[in-house]
Design a protein around this ligand. Sequence first.
Ligand code: NDP
Length: 331
Amino acid sequence: STQVQLVSRPSGWPTPEDFRTVTVDLPDLGPDEVRVQNEFVSVDPYMRGRMNDAKSYAPPYALGETMTGGAVGRVTASTSPALPVGSLVVHGLGWRDVAQGPAAQFRQVAEVPGAPNSVHLGILGMTGLTAYVGLTAIAGLREGETVFVSGAAGAVGTAVGQIARLLGAGRVLGSAGSAEKVALLTDRYGYDAAVNYKDAPIREQLPAIAPDGVDVFFDNVGGDHLEAAVDVFNPHGRAALCGAISGYNDVERPAGPDNLWHLVSKKLTLRGFIVGDHAELSAEFGEKVAGWFTAGQVVFDETVVDGIENSVEAFLTMMRGGNTGKMVVRV
Ligand code: NDP
């Protein structure tokens, strides 16, 4: 099996030298185990946090060991009656071409006609669920409300815009880091208006597209975007604090938002969340979003990088904004 390992802890932006690609011999299967040929492996922003030796909701990656993360693949050998050869499975042993382990660690998923199996890592998988949980359970989106989404052209953000629309949002606003992405937000992902946060400070641009304020803020970026959202919040606004990617490679402590007084004056609710704590919504999500998906009401995009040995480059390209929609590695 070809596998990518972390060999040193990055300070600031990771570099290829922080990783190595190795070939590992896999043992024979034990009882109730499967071997899986991965088709796609996921690269995700949270992985940057796990490269640090710091306590968080997920433990740090161990040095000298193979990276882990979401993946979808096909069972090629099995001693498990539950997962025969040929089963399509989602699991957590990414960053390698062949994965192997106890059958209980692999979850069978259905093939979706007309869609690549990577949809189980994106719109119909973890990032789609994140969008749904954030809008519903965390932010309590109500019909007619105005939603603002940061990081809107990424895997989570492209799902948030569309799902917000399908849940009856009034106006859906977004920001992203290029003119092409901004055009896609309004042309393809259900956004009514969008801005490129690289054109001018988001704090200066947001009021123009949110003349009637914002009721729900879905934050993937943090920092300047959180500050800008607090400015335009309507009374009783709610934020689903999903991520803060603008700071993930910071070495120095960034200056905090200077307008948090409005949390009080506008009686706001800002709630952080981790999608993994909301398994109770995954059946509902699966039903609803798969229905919308089949009916052609949600679209998805992917940026695909070929070759497991290019996983690190794929991760870094995603962190820099080189992806639109879900970034995956095709094995
Ligand atoms: P994306 O597909 O959105 O990829 C990351 C994107 O972040 C890039 O494409 C880039 O787009 C943008 N970005 C990078 N740096 C900055 C910056 N300084 N300011 C603004 N945007 C930046 O990744 P995901 O959809 O997988 O994840 C999005 C967010 O959601 C992340 O913060 C992640 O940690 C979080 N998340 C949280 C979960 C939870 O359970 N709470 C679960 C899953 C994800 P651009 O070109 O627009 O800059």
